[in-house]
Design a protein around this ligand. Sequence first.
Ligand SMILES: C[S@@+](CC[C@H](N)C(=O)[O-])C[C@H]1O[C@@H](n2cnc3c(N)ncnc32)[C@H](O)[C@@H]1O
Length: 224
Amino acid sequence: MIPWKEIDRAEVPGNEGEVILLVRDREFSIRTAGTELMNSRIHGSEDALAELSCSRLNPQVPWQILVGGLGMGYTLAATLEQSGPDAEIFVSELIPAVVRWNREHLGHLAGNPLADPRVRVEEEDVVKTIGKEKSVWNAILLDVDNGPAGLTRKSNDRLYGKSGLKKSFDALKPGGILAVWSCGIDEVFTRRLKLAGFKTKVLSVRARKSGKGSKHTIWLGIKP
Ligand SMILES: C[S@@+](CC[C@H](N)C(=O)[O-])C[C@H]1O[C@@H](n2cnc3c(N)ncnc32)[C@H](O)[C@@H]1O
């Protein structure tokens, strides 16, 4: 068994621990607090987050899509694949080192999505990005934790509570979609999405593109 080798580590802003980038042969891993946030070999459900959302958007209009966070760029790459030439894809990534890692070590994994002219990346908390403007996004694709509870940082809980969901609702255009990735089911979160006014779908998606592996959950909250 080839041992993991640390490439770099960085602090999570707000003094909320650190993230570590590791490599083993051609496999990469981003970890925080002893838990794997992302592994380069398994990204079927991260791709599905974009595919399931974009397939429900109106193809006649150019899309403005917010992706939070960057990770290894798979959700971003899948969003680009689904989007037309006039789309604008905005990425909010909390940890500056993750953006740098994508430029220096990880870009090739998902086909260098940061180099696409439709992409703008900001080193910013996605909570802040969502709160900036109303009725601007066709879709907000959230994969910042392992589910609707702060893992990367405790303060991410703000995204999944009543007021956080209201902010996402307000930031979406009518017909817009809030998509949330999770490693498991959470009935309370489903109810919360409905209470926030979203028409809600809960989808079970395989971790691997091959249709194998564990099952992950994706919520699609559609703003009527
Ligand atoms: C599980 S990874 C995302 C994986 C990504 N979907 C992919 O396809 O590779 C989570 C990412 O969200 C970032 N993140 C965590 N909290 C965030 C926040 N509040 N705002 C923006 N990015 C955040 C982490 O630094 C990490 O890069």
